[in-house]
Ligand binder design. Structure first.
Ligand code: VG1
Ligand code: CO
Length: 543
């Protein structure tokens, strides 16, 4: 095999964010940009002889071109084999599963997740290690350091690989195996849940609607929900993968999943409705005219896990990201299991799962998952809910309301301000930090500030420390406001404001979250001065 060494110049902006490197497609299309980053990943690793790389993406624009480049670079950098999903498709949780099942050395997943796709929109790339999980900060920091110094990359002279047909191609001893993107994952799901009970639930006349948002879960949903569980074809929406996600924003929330929201709040609403994001790791759960807050979803799955075959023996522990509500903490306390609070991003859960300390993990950002893989998993969450509905015979709304009666309700909302000029966003953060010394003890309406800090985390397994993970304003009554800047955007800054109040009062539990949080929202504005410093009166997205 002949290998070219190509001279290149470093780019200064290849710093991985919360979940890999995300940039506009046009940035990735610049000469050498993708190649530099991939070489920086490979330069970080000690690749053993004959190692296998798992490779696939969410099908967005530029996915196929990038895959051809990465195959040539993997060959040149000493990999013996690349395992790639048919048509270049792999959902993020399916990729994680393949890495684990076939014990590949690692994986590259091409996705900008919930960000829009197309020639003028976003692309992304992330590296996962042999446990199937996103590379930890130690590795992403090293990749960034390499990317700032790189002067050459390596590329093998190989023909383009046909990604459309399943099979093995050997090129000068280097193997490319194109595999069915869905079957291994579908088999895993079938082994974890009570498919027979879910089938009976559907056959009894219950209805579901699943919206793949024109993104990667389409083929997975057709196989699992359609073929294996018998959901009707008209219950599966937007299940053809398109390179620009049908022109939409594949973010499963009440704003962007509007097709599904119309169905779930319409006259013929199904019993259960759900959506997943661009790369299939997120989920939104809805009942008939009812929205389940992701933090509540995590807590409810934890509380009822024993009804799911895979968790019949119980949970070893749970974890949530810091901005996620404390609803799951209450369940953990009752179950007598550990509950860990980690920084935002799935990469922080990996060590806890590998060490057997936690079984379930979740984030407020529509991410829920377990130790069956090392990524959050959208369809897994959908199957958890279907399994619980089938096992209890209850509706989504009644399961949630009963949960609140038992545990109290952590009323919760996140307000996102997208596309804010970076200086203005930094000014908001600086304004809060400047009050760190003076805020404790101050009274705002019915709220008294107890403590303020910038969250930092010491990994209990390897002792690594992550600082600057979000500003927390904790009130004496147990309510809190968290403010942090997004690490996944590609334009300007996104300010995320997370609001949480706890109530055991049944009357308060009936309220809409925005109503129940109205005063806390006003207090958060008083402290942050966000409206004054950004000129924004309303958030872009409320979840
Ligand atoms: C967001 C979410 C975070 C999630 C990340 C990746 O990050 O808040 O909880 O892990 O997206 O999700 P940020 O830094 O923008 O707040 V995904 O579906 O992109 O893999
Ligand atoms: Co995602």
């Amino acid at each position: 095999m002949s290998i070219q060494t190509v001279a290149t110049q470093a780019f200064s902006d290849q710093k991985p964010g919360t979940s890999g490197l995300r940039k506009k497609v046009r940035v990735f299309q610049q000469p050498h940009y993708l190649q530099n980053f991939v070489q920086s990943i490979f330069d970080t690793l000690e690749i053993p002889a004959n190692a296998t790389l798992t490779l696939g993406g969410d099908g967005r624009y530029f996915n196929k071109e990038a895959i051809q480049v990465i195959i040539k670079m993997a060959a040149a950098n000493g990999f013996g084999k690349v395992l790639v999903g048919q048509h270049g498709i792999l959902s993020t949780p399916a990729a994680s599963h393949l890495i684990r099942k076939y014990q590949t050395f690692g994986g590259i997943i091409l996705s900008a997740s919930h960000n829009p796709g197309g020639p003028d929109d976003d692309f992304g790339i992330k590296y996962n290690t042999s446990n199937g999980g996103p590379a930890p900060e130690k590795i992403t920091d090293a990749i960034f350091a390499n990317s700032k110094q790189i002067s050459q990359y390596k590329l093998a002279d190989l023909p383009e690989v046909d990604l459309s047909s399943i099979g093995v191609t050997t090129l000068d001893g280097f193997v490319v195996e194109v595999i069915d993107a869905v079957s291994d994952y579908a088999e895993l799901m079938e082994s974890m849940f009570d498919f027979a009970a879910i089938k009976r639930w559907l056959a009894a006349g219950h209805r579901l609607t699943f919206d793949a948002m024109h993104a990667v879960t389409g083929p997975y949903a057709k196989e699992i929900l359609g073929n294996r569980l018998g959901a009707s074809a008209d219950s599966l929406m937007n299940c053809e993968v398109s390179e620009n996600f049908g022109g939409g924003h594949p973010d499963p929330n009440l704003t962007y999943a509007e097709d599904l929201v119309k169905v779930a709040y319409g006259a013929q609403a199904p019993d259960f409705a759900a959506a997943s994001d661009g790369d299939g790791d997120r989920n939104m759960i809805l009942g008939n005219h009812f929205f389940v807050t992701p933090s509540d979803s995590l807590a409810l799955i934890a509380a009822n896990a024993k009804l799911i075959p895979a968790y019949a023996q119980g949970l070893s522990g749970v974890a949530r990201s810091m901005p996620t509500s404390g609803a799951v903490d209450r369940v953990a306390a009752k179950l007598g299991i550990a509950c860990y609070e980690t920084p935002t991003g799935w990469k922080f859960f990996g060590n806890l799962m590998d060490a057997g300390r936690v079984t379930l993990c979740g984030e407020e950002s529509f991410g829920t998952g377990s130790d069956h893989v090392r990524e959050k998993d959208g369809l897994w969450a959908v199957l958890c809910w279907l399994n619980l509905l089938a096992a209890t015979g209850e509706s989504v709304e009644s399961l949630v309301r009963k949960h609140w009666q038992t545990y109290g309700r952590n009323v919760y909302s996140r307000h996102d301000y997208e596309g804010v000029p970076t200086e203005q966003a930094n000014a908001v953060m600086a304004h809060i930090k400047a009050q760190f010394a003076s805020l404790p003890g101050q009274v705002f309406g019915s709220y008294t500030v107890n403590t303020v800090d910038d969250f930092s985390y010491t990994d209990p397994v390897d002792g690594s420390v992550s600082t600057g993970q979000g500003l927390r304003i904790l009130f004496a009554c147990g309510s809190r406001v968290v403010i942090r800047l997004s690490g996944t955007g590609t334009e300007g800054a996104t300010i995320r404001v997370y609001l949480e109040a706890f109530t055991q009062d049944p009357a308060q539990q009936q309220l809409d979250a925005q109503e129940a949080l109205a005063e806390l929202i006003t207090v958060s504005h008083q402290i942050s001065q966000l409206p004054q410093l950004t000129g924004r009166q309303q958030p872009t997205v409320i979840t």
